[in-house]
Design a protein around this ligand. Structure first.
Ligand SMILES: NC(=O)c1ccc[n+]([C@@H]2O[C@H](COP(=O)([O-])OP(=O)(O)OC[C@H]3O[C@@H](n4cnc5c(N)ncnc54)[C@H](O)[C@@H]3O)[C@@H](O)[C@H]2O)c1
Length: 240
């Protein structure tokens, strides 16, 4: 019960890693607010978990929606200890094929969405004596892979937001950490990565969403009370 008594918001938790994190958070004693742009998906995960979870349909790029998410979390569970900015747009394309509309949407979801989340929980976390914000980046924020122009730029931005946010929020005991998945088994994993894992990944396999979620639990918990501004790669030694 590493998260007993904690209240967490996890975005994009209707699928993949976010859904696994929601299940593991609840199993570790947390109350969980599960949000996703796909309402049916987050409602299904919340229903599976039971009374420790509620679902809210929400596009992370929607600022007014963030007020609703925070107000509902406070009304239902009384405080906010943890935010996992997990929701992400994972579309790939080259620089030449990236138009302004695609670039704007990518930055809106992957950077502005996480920024709005940090802004929205900052007050309640301060009032509560602190908290933990976990931003999910990507291995593509540690390298420059052609064909992932907008996505790569957005995830490099996530790393910067963690570092700057960690310094400014530390006086209020709000920790900000970047967790970086390499190749994790979820619906958005590119099939070629799974097929070539034996040669592409030093550990010879993709990671399980549960293996990633266990790290999220640790960073969200009081065991990591002096960890802030840090970046962790969960990638089977792919980038090092
Ligand atoms: N799976 C991997 O190998 C991998 C690798 C690197 C980074 N990531 C990152 O991990 C995070 C989770 O990815 P995943 O693999 O679980 O993907 P996924 O597609 O299984 O889940 C992402 C969820 O986010 C939701 N979502 C998308 N846009 C949203 C928005 N605007 N507002 C709210 N919800 C939205 C989707 O509906 C989906 O439920 C993402 O940020 C992704 O970029 C994943």
């Amino acid at each position: 019960m590493k998260l007993a008594g904690k209240v967490a918001i996890i975005t994009g938790a209707g699928s993949g890693m976010g859904a696994d994190e929601a299940r593991m958070f609840a199993a570790e004693g947390a109350k969980v607010v599960i949000t996703d742009i796909v309402g049916d998906a987050c409602r299904k995960v919340a229903a599976e978990i039971g009374e420790s979870a509620i679902a809210i349909e929400h596009d992370v790029a929607d600022e007014a929606g963030w007020s609703r998410v925070v107000a509902t979390a406070l009304a239902q569970f009384g405080k906010i200890d943890i935010l996992v900015n997990n929701a992400g747009l994972t579309k790939s394309d080259t620089f030449d094929n990236t138009d302004v509309a695609f670039m704007r949407r990518m930055l809106d979801v992957n950077i502005i969405g996480s920024f709005l989340g940090m802004k929205a929980v900052r007050g309640p976390m301060k009032d509560n004596g602190g908290g933990a914000i976990i931003n999910i980046a990507s291995g593509l924020a540690f390298t420059s892979l052609p064909g992932y122009f907008a996505y790569g730029v957005s995830k490099w931005g996530v790393r910067g937001m963690t570092r700057l946010g960690a310094k400014e929020l530390a006086p209020d005991n709000i920790r900000v950490v970047t967790l970086t998945p390499g190749a994790i088994e979820t619906p958005s994993l590119v099939p070629a990565v799974r097929e070539n894992a034996a040669t592409m990944i030093p550990m010879g396999r993709v990671g399980g969403a549960d293996e990633f979620a266990r790290v999220v639990v640790f960073i969200a918990s009081d065991d990591a009370s002096y960890v802030s501004g840090a970046e962790f790669l969960i990638d089977g030694a792919m980038i090092c």
